[in-house]
Ligand binder design. Structure first.
Ligand SMILES: Nc1ncnc2c1ncn2[C@@H]1O[C@H](COP(=O)(O)OP(=O)(O)O)[C@@H](O)[C@H]1O
Ligand SMILES: [Mg+2]
Length: 275
C-alpha cells in the first residue's frame, strides 16, 4: 500500500449517523494514533474501512492507492492488504484456531501454504506472542481470556503480514508483559516492512512503546485536530475538555451502547428476540 485516503466519510449505524465527514490520509510506513472519547466513532471508522456491512457509508470516499475501496467486498479488502484487529474479537465455536489461520493465509495466496511451512510460521509467531501452541488447536477465541484474544489478534497480524493494519484498543486487557510483547511485535513489523498502522488506544503507555508518527483526534464523528505525538501527552495530561474551548465544539457524552452487545453471537440472538 502507498496511501489510504478517507474523504468526507459519513457512516450510519442502524440509521443513526455516527461518522459525519471524516477526512484522514495514511501513507506507507506511517503509524497514526487515533484517539477520542468513548462512543465518538473510532471503531465505526475502522469497521467502515474493513467493510462491515452493518456500517452503511452514505457519503464520501475511501481510496486505496487511488482504487475505490468502498466498491470492494470485505475479502477483497483483506486481499488488498487491509487488516483489522478488533476491539471485541468474536468467539467462533466449532472453528479451530489453526484451521482459521491457515484458511486466512491461503485466501491471500495463489498456492496453498504447505503444512510444514504453516506450522513453522505458526510456531514462530506463537513464540513471539508468548502463546502456547495448544491455543492453536482450540476453537477460535472460545473461552480465551481478554488478553489471549488480543494476543491472538496480533498472531493473525504476524501471519497475514498486511500492508495496512488497524488495531482497535489492542492494549485493553493486557498485562505489562503482554503489552511489551504486542508492542515488540508491532515494532518488528514496522522495521522489517513498509506496513502502516492506524492505532486506537486510550493509553499513552502503548503509544510510548510504538511511537506513532502522527495523531488524529476524533470527536462527534469527525477528525477535529491532527498533530504529532505531543497531542497524546496533552490528552493524557488534560483529557479532551480543552478542545471544547480551543476549537469551539461541544463534546457529546457517550450513549452507553456496549459494542459487545453487537458481536456475531448476540446479533443473532437479538434478531431472534425481535421476531
Ligand atoms: N453495531 C452498532 N450498533 C449500535 N450502535 C452502534 C454500533 N456501532 C457503533 N454504534 C454507536 O456508534 C457510536 C460510536 O461508537 P464507536 O464507533 O464504537 O465509538 P468508539 O470506538 O469511539 O468508542 C456510539 O454511539 C455507539 O453506540
Ligand atoms: Mg471503540
Amino acid at each position: 500500500m502507498k496511501t489510504l485516503v478517507i474523504e468526507n466519510l459519513h457512516v450510519n449505524v442502524d440509521d443513526k449517523e455516527i461518522l459525519k465527514g471524516v477526512n484522514l490520509t495514511i501513507k506507507e510506513n506511517e503509524t497514526v494514533a487515533l484517539l477520542g472519547p468513548n462512543g465518538h466513532g473510532k471503531s465505526t471508522l475502522l469497521a467502515a474501512i474493513m467493510g462491515n456491512p452493518r456500517y452503511k457509508v452514505t457519503e464520501g470516499k475511501i481510496l486505496l492507492d487511488g482504487k475505490d475501496l468502498l466498491a470492494m467486498s470485505v475479502d477483497e479488502r483483506a486481499k488488498s492488504g487491509i487488516f483489522l484487529a478488533m476491539q471485541y474479537p468474536s468467539e467462533v465455536p466449532g472453528v479451530v484456531n489453526a484451521d482459521f489461520l491457515k484458511a486466512a493465509i491461503n485466501s491471500c495466496r495463489e498456492k496453498p501454504i504447505g503444512l510444514y511451512e504453516f506450522y513453522r510460521q505458526l510456531e514462530s509467531a506463537s513464540k513471539t506472542m508468548n502463546i502456547s501452541m495448544e491455543m492453536a488447536s482450540r476453537f477460535l477465541n472460545e473461552g480465551f481470556s481478554g488478553g489471549e484474544k488480543k494476543r491472538n489478534e496480533i498472531l493473525q497480524l504476524l501471519l497475514l503480514k498486511p500492508d495496512f493494519a488497524m488495531l482497535d484498543e489492542i492494549d485493553s486487557g493486557l498485562d505489562v508483559d503482554a503489552l511489551n510483547c504486542v508492542s515488540e511485535a508491532i515494532n518488528n513489523m514496522k522495521n522489517q516492512s513498509t506496513i502502516s498502522f492506524l492505532v486506537v488506544s486510550h493509553y499513552a503507555r502503548l503509544y510510548q512503546l510504538i511511537r506513532p508518527t502522527r495523531t488524529a483526534i476524533m470527536i462527534n464523528g469527525r477528525i477535529v485536530i491532527e498533530g504529532g505525538p505531543e497531542l497524546i501527552s496533552r490528552i493524557d495530561k488534560d483529557g479532551y475538555e480543552w478542545l471544547k474551548y480551543e476549537l469551539g465544539i461541544e463534546i457529546k457524552k457517550e450513549d452507553h451502547v456496549d459494542m459487545r452487545t453487537t458481536s456475531i453471537g448476540s446479533c443473532a440472538v437479538k434478531e431472534t428476540i425481535k421476531k
